[in-house]
Design a protein around this ligand. Structure first.
Ligand SMILES: CC(C)(COP(=O)(O)OP(=O)(O)OC[C@H]1O[C@@H](n2cnc3c(N)ncnc32)[C@H](O)[C@@H]1OP(=O)(O)O)[C@@H](O)C(=O)NCCC(=O)NCCS
Length: 199
């Protein structure tokens, strides 16, 4: 599948294309973040209204392509076979509550594609490209990720791509969601550790 005009491709995996978002992706992003199952362990646990996606989330994603070093930001994940939107994968300077430093990995997939290993496939390719300097930006030395302790699927993705458990921690959440009493977990992978992962 060639890169679509105006939607430059960042990288490819055997099954997926990872590319920039554009304003034309509003419907897909709104559907992703509007899904209660996707949002169950994220933010306040509630779907994000379409008007918030249109007015804040998507514009911020697009602005980040100009503000962040090359390769960092939030990227659309699409199936190479047919081009269907599958979800997103993101790498940014860490800013989740409780994290201190590092480059933070995140991912969200449409419920319809869960269980196919897409998140790990896209995320491991993105992490590899960040570590091997392919993007040409400043060095990425340590990738971190955090999720609710009870978010088993997310933790499995981290483990599949080589991140290691660092700690469990507890932050104050004004509107705690189910499972938050078990806290959050942090996982990390340094460039040196990544270099010694089995291929
Ligand atoms: C986390 C997420 C991205 C995983 O995506 P995915 O492409 O389905 O990942 P995988 O196919 O590699 O599956 C990862 C693990 O989740 C499990 N899983 C898949 N579908 C599942 C489901 N419906 N319920 C529970 N676990 C499920 C898989 O069995 C796998 O575990 P295993 O390796 O022990 O078998 C996806 O579940 C998601 O988008 N969740 C909502 C958003 C979210 O929580 N993002 C992470 C924020 S930190």
């Amino acid at each position: 599948m060639p890169s679509e005009p105006g939607r430059p491709e960042l990288l490819r995996t055997p099954r997926l294309a990872v590319r920039r978002f554009t304003v034309d992706d509003l419907d897909d992003v709104a559907a992703l973040l509007g899904d209660r199952q996707v949002m169950r362990y994220l933010d306040d646990g509630w779907p994000v209204p379409r008007e918030v996606v249109a007015g804040a989330t998507l514009p911020m994603i697009l602005r980040e392509y100009e503000l962040l070093p090359p390769g960092l930001g939030c990227w659309a994940v699409c199936e190479r076979d047919g081009g269907a939107f599958a979800g997103w994968v993101a790498l940014r300077p860490a800013n989740s509550r409780g994290l201190t430093g590092g480059t933070e990995l995140g991912y969200r997939m449409r419920v319809g594609v869960w269980g196919r290993g897409y998140a790990a496939e896209a995320a491991s390719a993105l992490v590899a490209a960040a570590f091997d300097g392919r993007f040409g930006g400043p060095d990425v030395d340590r990738v971190v990720a955090t999720t609710m302790t009870v978010n088993r699927a997310s933790r499995r993705v981290m483990e599949h791509i080589g991140l290691r458990y660092v700690r469990t921690f507890f932050e104050y959440w004004p509107d705690p969601i189910e499972g938050s009493e078990h806290g959050d977990v942090e996982y990390a992978l340094t460039r040196t550790e990544w270099e010694s992962l089995p291929i």
